[in-house]
Ligand binder design. Structure first.
Ligand code: ZN
Length: 515
């Protein structure tokens, strides 16, 4: 029984498994090191470090790719074929082998040269995009998107057996989901939300002028720190830093770092911090036993976004939440909010208004920004839309879906970073997350009947525990589909989300609810 299974203390011991696990542990260490270098680059590094940092990242990424795709990993996986059959399919061991096999087979299909070229093109594309956006000059960005698109077509060719080339790209962000399934959800959102936004536009509009402040930054920081503390941010495992692009990073379940930004003329930082807290909490509540394995992260971007949206919107834009928190805020900013009552504030932070910029969009119109990007990137990939026509196609859809005129490309096709780094297939996950967040919320409301009272009282322990037990702790042990099934008891379904938005529109705008 040199490598075969042996029982020791009730545990199945397998040397091939142990070897696989230790190799995967090293690869995971390297991945976290990459992310740490990226975090440092965003948060700490002086700009002068960029060139050397790019070399460091390229080296670590090359070593990671070599180790992750080594023949030896394949040999160990082959050896574990029989062992896998003996395992409980829901066990840590079986999950690790399954995920390792999937990752290995996927990574092996992509030649190292292509991988490196995509990484290089992403860095170059980012630079070009920044210049193009600052000068609102699409022609400067066009070569970057062209190169990225060409590389993604070559990437797609590395795979076979898909129904739609876009499946391959979507799979990098939402593993296992087919384009047709994402499309069905997005088209349903488009069909329902264009008329809902129009009905809301015809209703009397709430006053939201006071949301432009001024809100002194020192006060924002105080309020934000207190708010995060109530949600569950503990300094022993979390960090908050200030940078241009809000984000969440995890370097293991007890090292979660989120970032935010402040502006005197907005309270956006509070919602952005709750959003990133949701991402961070997902990573923080993964079973610590999964650390140093590829299971120790969120299972898909859609499920990840469901967690950020749950805290930002379902909790953070709800009346019970503000009942608990608003007195603190009004006290912090008496000049602006002293004369604004709780209901008026709650209405203002839920104001629906079609706008040009996705990241500033409200809950209703946000998804129309996503549908637009999904449709355009599919058309670019299959060649039915040329890059010359992209800005105009963008503007036409903005008019059609949101009723707004795009004044220049900086406020249109150049606003998002994603295509500059070749991240085609990413956008749908934002809307999938919105949809899933409300499916999860429905389950939570049943499981914790006095959830609203708890939220109002600033008690989030039961909410966090439910999310941990039904979703977070599994990490990548199961597929996204299986994970969702465990959390909500069924597949993705846009109807609860649409029902939630309609109920809110009825509440806040008097728009008649539909059957
Ligand atoms: Zn997010």
């Amino acid at each position: 029984m040199a490598r075969g299974a042996a029982r020791a203390g009730g545990q199945v011991v397998n040397r091939a498994f142990d070897e696989l696990r230790s190799r995967l542990g090293e690869v995971w260490d390297l991945r976290l090191t990459t992310w740490l270098l990226e975090w440092d680059q965003e948060v700490m590094m002086p700009r002068g470090g960029a060139a050397i940092r790019a070399e460091q990242l390229a080296t670590i990424e090359r070593v990671t790719h070599e180790r992750a795709t080594a023949d030896e990993v394949g040999r160990l996986l082959d050896e574990l074929d029989g062992y896998e059959d003996e395992l409980d399919p829901e066990s840590f061991e079986a999950s690790l082998i399954r995920v390792a096999r999937r990752d290995w087979e996927k990574a092996r299909r992509v030649p190292t040269d292509l991988q490196a070229e995509m990484a290089r093109a992403a860095v170059d594309g980012f630079e070009l995009w920044m210049t193009a956006r600052d000068t609102s000059d699409y022609t400067r960005f066009r070569p970057a998107i062209e190169r990225n698109l060409e590389l993604r077509r070559r990437y797609v060719e590395c795979f076979d057996g898909f129904d739609d080339p876009y499946d391959v790209l979507l799979d990098d962000f939402e593993p296992g989901m087919k384009t047709a399934e994402a499309e069905a959800v997005l088209l349903r959102l488009r069909e329902a939300l264009i008329p809902l936004a129009a009905e809301i536009a015809d209703a009397p509009q709430p006053d939201s002028a006071f949301l432009t402040g001024p809100f002194p930054v020192a006060g924002q920081k105080r309020a934000e720190t207190e708010l995060l503390r109530r949600l569950g941010f503990e300094p022993t495992a979390w960090r908050l830093d200030e940078i241009v692009h809000p984000a969440a990073y995890s370097f293991g379940t007890a090292d979660i770092r989120i970032t935010t930004r402040y502006s005197e003329d907005s309270l956006e930082t509070l919602f952005s911090a709750m959003h990133e807290f949701g991402h961070g909490l997902y990573e923080h509540q993964i079973d610590p036993a999964l650390n140093r394995t590829p299971l120790a992260t969120g299972v898909s971007l859609g499920l990840h976004e469901s967690q950020s949206r749950l805290w930002e919107n379902l909790v953070g834009r709800s009346l019970p939440f503000w009942r608990g928190v608003y007195p603190l805020l009004a006290e912090t900013f008496p000049d602006v909010l002293g004369a604004v009552d709780l209901e008026a504030f709650h209405q203002a932070v839920n104001k629906v208004e079609p706008s040009l910029i996705r990241v500033d969009a409200d809950e209703v119109t946000y998804n129309l920004h996503i549908v637009l990007r999904f449709e355009l990137e599919r058309a670019l990939l299959d060649g039915t839309l040329s890059l010359d026509d992209l800005p105009e196609a963008w503007n036409v859809r903005m008019r059609e879906y949101l009723g707004v005129e795009v004044p220049d490309d900086a406020h249109g096709v150049l606003q998002d970073v994603h295509w500059s780094s070749g991240a085609f297939g990413y956008f749908p996950t934002y809307s999938l997350g919105n949809v899933i967040s409300v499916q999860i919320w429905g389950r939570l409301k049943t499981a914790v009947p006095d959830l609203d009272d708890q939220i109002e009282a600033g008690e989030f322990g039961n909410l966090r525990a439910w999310l941990r037990d039904h979703l977070h702790r599994f990490g990548r042990m199961f597929t996204p589909r299986e994970t969702l099934e465990r959390a909500v008891g069924g597949p993705i379904d846009p109807e609860p989300y649409l029902g939630y938005l309609r109920a809110k529109a009825a509440d806040l705008y008097g728009v008649a609810p539909r059957a």
